[in-house]
Design a binder for this molecule. Structure first.
Ligand code: ATP
Length: 256
């Protein structure tokens, strides 16, 4: 199946999920159309990571249903329809794996039984490295990168995977302004090429320049829609339990 502009990339209906004794998500309904960037916003503990886990099929719903391009999360992963950039990568920074090898990991699902990369795999790795500005650091080990560079390497790994849906858990955490601008630019390029992106972020001021849609989560979906409609003082107070200085993110300031 080739996702098109009119396809629904993410469809979540009545999802409740959590952990023993913790209902992290309750009655979550969410639709993200293909080819969009959707920002996922919520306070610490509001359920963003749990939602990602449910979308990836790593956490089973207690109730409700998750579909990615009309398929179950497991089926979507088997067909390489979804990739994930975690907040904290599991790769030990002291493990002697190079940047290039890390990005090639994104191709593992595409390799045949010999596990040998072909020319197309190398091309995808090359273009992902260039896209995130790490081509010159390809031979460094992951441990030799700065935190922000390491995040770009893991983003490149996900780009190389070439899945039509990318889930990114706080890609801007701990990155400087230049890296952040580069990452936003890369996410826009991916979107323009037809990729759907769900991006959790605590950087509220950056959202209007990043995403067409925002989902405000607080165990359930408090609001969803364009940034100017969702990022209002009132709604953010509901989500964060306090009045935030929204600055450039506020609806009024976004009006031309
Ligand atoms: N492994 C776990 N076992 C038990 N409870 C958990 C576990 N992981 C998360 N929780 C709880 O589930 C709720 C949602 O947590 P989750 O990590 O999804 O929030 P989050 O929005 O990603 O937070 P943050 O912004 O801090 O990353 C919280 O109450 C949290 O304490």
């Amino acid at each position: 199946m080739i996702p098109t502009e009119t396809t629904t990339a993410i469809s979540v209906e009545g999802l409740s999920a959590g952990y023993p004794g913790v209902l992290a998500l309750q009655e979550v309904d969410l639709t993200v159309r293909s080819g969009r960037i959707c920002a996922l916003v919520g306070a610490n503990g509001s359920g963003k990571s749990t939602l990602f886990a449910a979308l990836l099929g790593l956490r089973s719903p207690a109730q409700g249903r998750v579909r990615l391009f009309g398929r179950s999360p497991h089926a979507a992963r088997r067909r390489n329809l979804v990739s994930y950039v975690p907040q904290h990568d599991q790769v030990d920074p002291s493990f002697p794996v190079t940047v290039e090898q890390t990005v090639m990991m994104g191709r593992y699902g595409h390799l045949g039984f010999t596990r040998r990369p072909r020319a197309a795999d190398r091309e995808h790795v090359e273009s992902a490295l260039e896209q995130v500005g790490l081509a010159g650091l390809r031979s460094r080990t992951i441990g030799e990168l700065s935190g922000g560079q390491r995040r770009r390497a893991f983003l490149a790994r996900s780009i190389a995977q070439r899945a039509p849906l990318m889930l990114l858990d706080e890609p801007f955490a701990g990155v400087d302004r230049v890296s952040e601008e580069l990452i936003v630019q890369v996410l826009h390029q991916l979107r323009d090429a037809g990729t759907t992106l769900l991006v959790s972020t605590h950087h509220l001021e950056g959202i209007p320049d990043l995403a067409e849609e925002v989902v405000l989560l607080h165990r359930t979906v408090l609001a969803a829609g364009p940034p100017g409609e969702v990022l209002t003082e009132e709604r953010m107070a509901d989500a964060f339990g306090t009045v935030l200085g929204l600055g450039a993110a506020s609806a009024e300031r976004r009006q031309p």
